[in-house]
Design a protein around this ligand. Structure first.
Ligand code: ATP
Ligand code: MG
Length: 201
């Protein structure tokens, strides 16, 4: 790169740094946030668990409730259960599936999972609570939307909550501080690649 280009590059970077520094200076509030990770692309639950690993790295206590959970545990949960005492975990008992179609059993399991979630959302010792795939419980009316919103609103001020799942409702999005929508551009499964342990679960 010639000298002239380097100088222009440096000037651009300095201007950029000033904008970034001003942004950092402005953001001074310290509180827990509510994050929604939605959309049809792959990466919602893995994003939530990535954040959970960050929290654990800082010695935080974390809670996880997995809705719509099959009978097989995913790799991240198996790992966490073996390696950290700082995790509180609950999975929906029946492993809600699209093929059971048993409203009463699924509703009972959803209520039990929500009871655990509610307790976590009242527990100030938990820095982070992940409610994985909760959006479906609202979409199919297994849980009362108002109960969920109230519990999130009234949680301890320093607690961060992450909800994942497709089709997040407008109410969840409205209440959230941070919302990311993961877009499906392509997925190996569509090309016939089998879901793999360590990558997909
Ligand atoms: P991940 O757990 O990998 O972050 P996710 O939470 O975004 O995925 P879910 O709808 O919860 O997505 O689905 C979990 C499973 O479905 C994973 O095995 C994932 O690879 C697969 N999956 C996610 N998105 C897609 C997609 N767009 N097409 C096909 N399979 C998908
Ligand atoms: Mg998921």
């Amino acid at each position: 790169m010639d000298q002239d280009k380097k100088e222009r590059h440096n000037e651009r970077m300095q201007r950029k740094k000033a904008v970034v520094d001003a942004g950092i200076e402005k953001a001074q509030e310290v509180r827990g946030i509510f994050i929604v990770i939605t959309g049809n692309g792959k990466g919602k639950s893995t994003s939530a668990f990535g954040t959970l690993f960050r929290a654990l790295g800082h010695g935080h206590q974390v809670g996880v409730v997995q809705y719509i959970k099959g009978t097989q545990s995913s790799g991240e949960v198996l790992y966490l259960q073996q390696h950290t005492p700082n995790l509180r975990y609950h999975a929906m008992a029946t492993g809600f599936t699209w093929n059971t179609q048993n409203w009463d059993a699924d509703k009972k399991a959803a209520d039990a999972a929500w009871e655990q979630s509610r307790l976590m959302l009242q527990d100030a010792s938990l820095n982070l609570v992940v409610l994985d795939e909760l959006t479906y419980m609202l979409k199919y009316n297994y849980l009362d939307a108002q109960d969920v919103l109230d519990a999130i609103r009234n949680r301890p001020p320093l607690q961060t909550v992450i909800i994942t799942g497709r089709a997040a409702s407008p109410e969840l999005i409205e209440l959230a501080d941070t919302v990311s929508e993961i877009r499906d551009i392509k997925h190996a499964f569509q090309a016939g690649v089998k879901a793999q342990p360590g990558v997909d679960f």
